[in-house]
Design a protein around this ligand. Structure first.
Ligand code: BMA
Length: 336
């Protein structure tokens, strides 16, 4: 296995030290295995939380910080900031993030808050960017930045409604910022492909290209959406994504992997045939929405060949899965 990670574009998505959460594989040969601490965040961690799931974590100041999807007991969907020393035990702010508008036009948009959910956090150049599903006459992709996880400045929405699963690349591609997203409908969206868009300024987005569509009959036959920030390797961008199939009892959300071209990431180099993780244990199968694993963040230890993936389970709790990066990349070779 000769794949090496790229030149550090994921510097801060990577845990530089051994403090990154890690547990050895207990048995079997599956490329991912679950933490024995799952669910690491219970639904009722906060006094008013109904559920805490689909959340994003990054290394920060010797520990970890995150942006968490918290649905409260009025069932409003919102984002909260949190901190952790070890990436497993979390202190999450009781109140939602208050985004400060970057200018008057964003203030207008900001005033029409509907909901905020499914965050991703990307270290890009000199700060952390948060992207999320932001309600503005339906779901679309919100963008904000922070340096301290206390003050957050909101930019304009990236796309027209309806859109979800906006995930920034951790460096420019050529001279443009780049984002994946999944155009959708206003409801639970029984379709959807991952698209690539680029921007000179993180405000104006264009040159949209389709990256990946659902695949007939399998675990990702209904829709696909980008998960954690893509991980740069010498072979390409490793994309962990969610794929959905429609069963006679509704949607089933699993996670899988693909490899995208380094310079033209709308070109898929490889796509895993099998899912990496599907809902198979009780906390993934039973909850507010059954049969959901939904990845939103990954930590990478390049030297130790370790990957830790944060995912929401059953739209109720937050969980961790581990793997060796080299084995996940190997799993993509089934298809080459
Ligand atoms: C999607 C999003 C996710 C959720 C999933 C399963 O459309 O709303 O937040 O985890 O559905 O309900």
């Amino acid at each position: 296995m000769t794949t090496t990670l790229g030149p550090g574009s994921n510097r801060d998505q990577a845990a530089a030290s051994s403090s990154m959460p890690w547990e050895e594989r207990a048995s079997g040969t599956d490329p991912l295995w679950r933490s024995r601490h799952n669910p690491i965040i219970p639904r009722d961690l906060l006094p008013r939380s109904n559920s805490i799931f689909n959340s994003a974590v990054v290394p920060f100041e010797g520990g970890f910080a995150g942006v968490f999807r918290v649905d409260d007991r009025s069932r409003t969907m919102n984002l909260h900031a949190g901190r952790s020393a070890d990436g497993i035990s979390w202190q999450i702010d009781h109140e939602p993030i208050v985004f400060l508008p970057s200018d008057d036009r964003v203030a207008d948009l900001h005033a029409s808050f509907e909901h905020a959910y499914d965050p991703r956090v990307t270290w890009l150049e000199d700060r952390f960017y948060v992207t999320w599903c932001s309600g503005y006459h339906g779901p679309t992709v919100g963008v904000a930045w922070t340096r301290d996880f206390q003050s957050f400045t909101q930019l304009d929405n990236a796309f027209l409604p309806f859109n979800r699963n906006g995930v920034l690349f951790p460096r420019r591609i050529g001279d443009r910022y780049a984002m994946l997203s999944r155009p959708s409908d206003n409801g639970h969206t029984p379709f959807g492909s991952i698209f690539y868009s680029e921007s000179p300024d993180l405000i104006h987005w264009g040159r949209h290209r389709r990256v990946m569509a659902p695949e007939p009959w399998g675990w990702a036959s209904t829709k696909v959406g980008a998960g954690p920030v893509p991980i740069e390797t010498s072979e390409g961008w490793l994309l962990i994504y969610h794929g959905v199939l429609t069963s006679c009892n509704g949607f089933v959300y699993s996670m899988g992997a693909a490899l995208l071209d380094l310079d033209e990431p709308w070109k898929v180099i490889a796509r895993g045939r099998d899912y990496l993780l599907s809902p198979q244990v009780s906390y993934e199968q039973v909850g507010d929405v059954p049969n959901v694993v939904f990845p939103c963040a990954a930590l990478v230890d390049r030297d130790a060949d370790r990957l830790a993936i944060y995912y929401g389970a059953a739209d109720t709790v937050t969980c961790l899965a581990y793997g060796h990066l080299s084995e996940v990349l190997d799993s993509l070779r089934q298809r080459r």
